[in-house]
Design a protein around this ligand. Structure first.
Ligand code: NAD
Ligand code: 0WE
Length: 266
């Protein structure tokens, strides 16, 4: 491990904790911003990647943390992948404290036209990958979270208000947020907390393909109370807070990290 990537022990709110991160695709991924913050706060991390296509990227990024990180493929639509991941994490770490869910997908055509034209298959895929996966991952993690834990998932405002073209992803995020509350209830007695971060728009791979995304960033700059867009580091800081004991009484919540945009009525 290089001196630069060594966590500062005096600020290590996550010292001694282990975590697993789902959803790093490249250096712009929100998952990578939160993983870096968790690492700096002293957590030992495992990473999963969606498939061979992303393996090299994630290997290179996770490699900057040194050699005691664990790297595994995981397609969240496959129960056998999820089972293998938690079995490997159990063998290597023995316990788990943190889990980040930063995974979403809907077929491209479902994010283009009208919501009313969403096919049965696009609706199924969007909900399977973007919402059900949180339930499956929480169930996989639970037996390893023997000291309690913190599960964090990424959401977006389209869960509660209509954002044109977000379409079935908005419905899937509503399901993700409701799943967060039911999981928080089930896992509360085990001191496992489950929360969502609802982020303002961030220029990532998942956002790049979206027509009009640049205009959306400008809209937040013009209309959010803070008159700017959220920075990846700020999502990292909130992720670290939710993972820390400072958030020990916070569960089932959606935290808006959106420069205040969500409070506006007009
Ligand atoms: P990203 O493309 O970097 O991350 C999305 C990740 O989902 C990728 O790593 C991809 O590999 C993974 N994924 C997709 N299908 C998968 C599958 N079947 N199995 C495993 N992994 C799969 O983009 P991002 O913007 O960092 O998105 C991360 C999360 O943040 C998503 O939940 C997204 O909805 C949410 N979010 C993004 C924004 C934004 O503006 N970028 C705003 C709010 C919330
Ligand atoms: O959650 C998201 C995007 C998630 C996403 C992105 C893609 C692009 C490529 C899910 N599936 C796909 N499928 C693809 O084929 N965001 C919060 C970012 C986002 O996406 C939008 C937005 C915002 C904001 C789509 C339409 C309108 C606004």
């Amino acid at each position: 491990m290089t001196a630069k990537s060594q966590p500062n022990k005096t600020m290590s709110s996550l010292a001694g904790k282990t975590g697993i991160v789902f959803g790093v695709a490249n250096k712009r991924s929100i998952a990578w911003a939160i993983a870096q913050a968790w690492h700096k706060a002293g957590a030992k991390l495992a990473f999963t990647y969606q498939g061979e296509r992303l393996k090299e990227n994630v290997e290179e990024l996770a490699g900057t943390f040194g050699s005691d990180t664990l790297l595994m493929p995981c397609d969240v639509t496959k129960d056998e992948d999820i089972a293998r991941v938690f079995s490997d994490v159990g063998a290597k770490f023995g316990k788990l404290n943190l889990l980040l869910h930063s995974v979403a997908f809907a077929p491209k055509e479902a994010l283009e036209g009208l919501f009313i034209n969403t096919t049965r298959e696009a609706y199924r895929v969007a909900h399977d990958i973007s919402a059900y996966s949180l339930v499956a991952l929480a169930r996989g993690a639970e037996p390893l979270m023997t000291e309690g834990g913190s599960i964090v998932a990424m959401s977006y405002y389209g869960a509660e208000k209509v954002v044109p073209h977000y379409n079935v992803m908005g419905v899937a995020k509503a399901s993700l947020e409701a799943s967060t509350r039911y999981l928080a209830y089930d896992l509360g007695p085990k001191k496992i907390r489950v929360n969502c971060i609802s982020a303002g728009p961030v220029n990532t791979l998942a956002a790049r393909g979206i027509a009009g995304f640049g205009d959306m960033l400008k809209h937040y700059e013009a209309h959010s109370p803070l008159k700017r867009n959220v920075l990846p580091d700020e999502l990292g800081a909130t992720g670290t807070f939710l993972a820390s004991d400072g958030a020990a009484a916070i569960t089932g919540q959606v935290l808006y990290v959106d420069c205040g945009y969500q409070i506006m009525g007009m």
